[in-house]
Design a protein around this ligand. Structure first.
Ligand SMILES: Cc1cc2nc3c(=O)[nH]c(=O)nc-3n(C[C@H](O)[C@H](O)[C@H](O)COP(=O)(O)OP(=O)(O)OC[C@H]3O[C@@H](n4cnc5c(N)ncnc54)[C@H](O)[C@@H]3O)c2cc1C
Length: 336
C-alpha cells in the first residue's frame, strides 16, 4: 500500500473542503468511513489515493431517526448493525432492516456504514485482481463476459457484467429511498435508483453519479403506511457471503382477505444496479395474499421479472433462482 495523508475533519464543511472538484483527481482523495472496502482496494492497488478523509469524527452523521411525517432518515455513518436493530426500521421498513441484517457477519455489520455499503465497489474477481486490466479499471475488455461468469449479471449487463454488491441498496430502492448528496456548493437529492448507473450509461469505470466533490450524507425512506416488505437473499454458503440473487418485495394491501393494492419488486445480485421490475410488481396487484390466485400471480411476477435476461455461459441458474425467491418472498408476506 502506498503512503497517504489522513485528514480527520470535525465538521461536514471541513470534510467537503478536502474533496477535489476535478474529475481527473477523483481517486486521489477518498472518503473513509468503515474502511472495509476502501482499505481492501488500496491493499490490492486498485486505488492509490494520496489522501483519505475520515468521516467518522463528523458528529451527527450516524443517526437513524423517524421524522414527524414518518420518513426514515438514515445518516451515512449509521452502521449496518445499528440499522438492522433499529426498532422503527424493523417495524415499518422491514426489508431495509432485513437487508442490513443479511450483510456479512456481525463484525462486518458493526464496522460497515450505510454510506460505505451503498458506495462499495463491485466484487467481480476480474475487477478485484490488480493484474486483470478489465473495463472497470480502464481496460478494453470485460473478462467475465467470456470467462468465469458464474457470479455475474444476467440483466442490464454490457459492456461490463458486474453485479451490484449492496444488499441494502436493493431494499432501499424497493421502498423508494432518496439520497442527499452534499458538496461545498450545496445539496442535491435524488432517487437512490437514479444514483446508480448502468455500465452502458456514461463512465463504465463508475457505478454511481456521485461527483468527486460530493458526500452522500443521508438516505431518506418515505413513510409507507399500510405497506409490508421483505428481503430474501440466496447465498452460496451458509456463512457470510454476497448474494447470488436477492429480492426485495413491498406490497400495500387492505381488506379481508388482504388484497394487494400496490407493489414494488427489486432484484439484487443479478444486474449492475438494483434491478427494479415494475411490470412484474404490477402482476401482483388486485389479488389476495395467500390465495390460489395470489400464488399464480407470484409465478407470473417471476416470469415477468426476468424478461430480457441474457445469461452468460455459467449463470443461467440465476433465472429460476430469482423466480423461486419471488414466490417465497410473497409467501412470507402472506404468512405475516
Ligand atoms: C468479508 C466481507 C463481506 C461482506 N459481505 C457483504 C454482503 O453480504 N452484503 C453487502 O451488502 N456488503 C457486504 N460487504 C460490504 C460491507 O458491508 C461494507 O458495507 C462495505 O465494505 C463498505 O462499508 P465501509 O463503511 O467499510 O466503507 P468504506 O470502505 O470506508 O468505503 C467504501 C467506499 O465508499 C465510499 N464512501 C464511504 N462513505 C461514503 C459517503 N458517505 N459518501 C460517498 N462515498 C462514501 C468510500 O470512499 C469508498 O470508496 C462485505 C464486506 C466484507 C469485507
Amino acid at each position: 500500500m502506498k503512503a497517504f495523508e489522513f485528514a480527520s475533519p470535525v465538521t461536514l464543511d471541513q470534510a467537503l473542503a478536502e474533496l477535489p472538484n476535478d474529475v481527473a483527481k477523483r481517486d486521489s482523495v477518498k472518503l473513509f468511513a468503515g474502511g472495509q472496502d476502501l482499505l481492501t482496494e488500496m491493499k490490492e492497488h486498485l486505488v492509490e489515493p494520496t489522501k483519505l478523509v475520515n468521516l467518522k469524527r463528523v458528529p451527527g452523521l450516524d443517526r437513524i431517526e423517524l421524522a414527524p411525517d414518518g420518513t426514515l432518515v438514515i445518516g451515512c455513518l449509521a452502521t449496518l448493525g445499528a440499522l438492522a436493530e433499529h426498532a422503527e426500521t424493523k417495524n415499518f421498513f422491514t426489508c431495509v432492516a432485513e437487508a442490513a441484517r443479511s450483510v456479512g457477519s456481525a463484525q462486518i455489520r458493526s464496522q460497515g456504514t450505510v454510506g460505505g455499503n451503498l458506495n462499495q465497489r463491485p466484487r467481480c474477481w476480474y475487477y478485484r485482481n490488480e493484474h486483470a486490466p478489465c473495463l472497470k479499471k480502464g481496460g478494453t475488455e470485460c473478462f467475465a463476459y467470456s470467462g468465469l461468469n458464474k457470479y455475474n449479471a444476467i440483466l442490464g449487463g454490457g459492456p461490463s457484467y458486474i453485479v451490484h454488491p449492496s444488499d441494502l441498496a436493493t431494499a432501499l430502492v424497493a421502498l423508494d429511498a432518496q439520497v442527499t448528496l452534499r458538496s461545498a456548493k450545496g445539496e442535491r437529492t435524488m432517487a437512490l435508483e437514479k444514483f446508480y448507473s448502468l455500465p452502458s450509461e456514461g463512465d463504465v469505470t463508475r457505478e454511481t453519479v456521485l461527483e468527486p466533490a460530493e458526500i452522500l450524507t443521508h438516505v431518506r425512506v418515505p413513510a409507507k403506511s399500510g405497506w409490508q416488505s421483505t428481503y430474501l437473499k440466496f447465498k452460496e454458503r451458509g456463512s457470510y457471503d454476497f448474494a447470488l440473487a436477492a429480492v426485495a418485495v413491498a406490497v400495500k394491501s387492505d381488506g379481508a382477505p388482504r388484497t394487494i393494492r400496490d407493489a414494488r419488486l427489486v432484484l439484487g445480485g443479478v444486474a449492475p444496479k438494483p434491478w427494479n421490475v415494475p411490470k412484474a410488481a404490477a402482476a401482483l396487484v388486485g389479488v389476495a395474499l395467500g390465495s390460489a390466485e395470489g400464488a399464480a400471480s407470484s409465478k407470473r411476477a417471476g416470469e415477468l421479472a426476468v424478461v430480457g435476461a441474457e445469461p452468460l455461459a455459467h449463470n443461467a441458474y440465476k433465472v429460476p433462482l430469482v423466480q423461486g425467491l419471488i414466490v417465497k418472498a410473497i409467501e412470507a408476506l402472506a404468512a405475516r
